[in-house]
Design a binder for this molecule. Structure first.
Ligand SMILES: [Zn+2]
Length: 199
């Protein structure tokens, strides 16, 4: 690709390390950035740096946040007596888009997968139990994936929480088996949340 100057080739190489971006797309993006107004190019560069410097995990629910507590945890209109447990921030975003949930979250940071060496200590299950013990929520809704790992994680959590006497439910109806929550459409997600069942 030596028909481009080195600085363009460098950016193409960087962009093509991003997921879903092949060399052709990277080339198109690099040329777009080159021809875009200077302030747009600067905004892209500074937004990436700001993201990396500022975004951390919410001290309570482990959602991505610019502040110590995320927007949801800091919102007094959210019902903090209902905790929805998800695997990752994208799953939380999918539930938020559906508008079907007004409680707060707990982001595990993955799912149990003994085959891959991921046990309860590798994800934030201990933190969830500590939260539940400390705050005694009314209900814990488990919204992990419907694949084997997601189901195993849901069972593990519910088995441990049952003793506490707290209502534990699982979103189910409508979410396809083996499905990743983040790809579920809004209407399906609303139905899944409304149709949750007790364990
Ligand atoms: Zn939070």
């Amino acid at each position: 690709m030596n028909y481009y100057p080195d600085s363009i080739i460098k950016l193409i190489n960087s962009l093509s390390t991003l997921p879903g971006v092949g060399r052709k797309t990277a080339e198109r993006l690099a040329l777009h950035i080159l021809h875009a107004p200077m302030h747009e190019a600067e905004a892209i560069a500074s937004d990436i740096l700001e993201l990396r410097k500022k975004v951390k995990l919410c001290a309570r629910c482990f959602a991505l946040s610019d502040t110590e507590y995320c927007q949801i945890c800091s919102n007094v209109n959210r019902d903090s007596s209902v905790i929805c447990v998800v695997e990752n921030p994208a799953d939380m975003a999918a539930i938020e888009k559906s508008g079907a949930f007004n409680g707060i979250y707990h982001i595990l940071g993955g799912a149990l997968s003994p085959m891959d060496g991921i046990g309860p200590d590798e994800i934030r299950i201990r933190e969830l139990f500590a939260r539940v013990r400390a705050k005694g929520p009314r209900e814990v809704i488990i919204a992990t994936g419907t694949d084997v790992e997601g189901e195993a994680t849901a069972s593990y959590i519910s088995d441990n929480l049952k003793r506490t006497g707290i209502t534990v439910s699982r979103i189910a109806s409508g979410v396809p088996m083996g499905g990743d929550l983040q790809y579920v459409d809004q209407v399906t997600m609303q139905r899944a949340m409304e149709g949750r069942r007790g364990f």
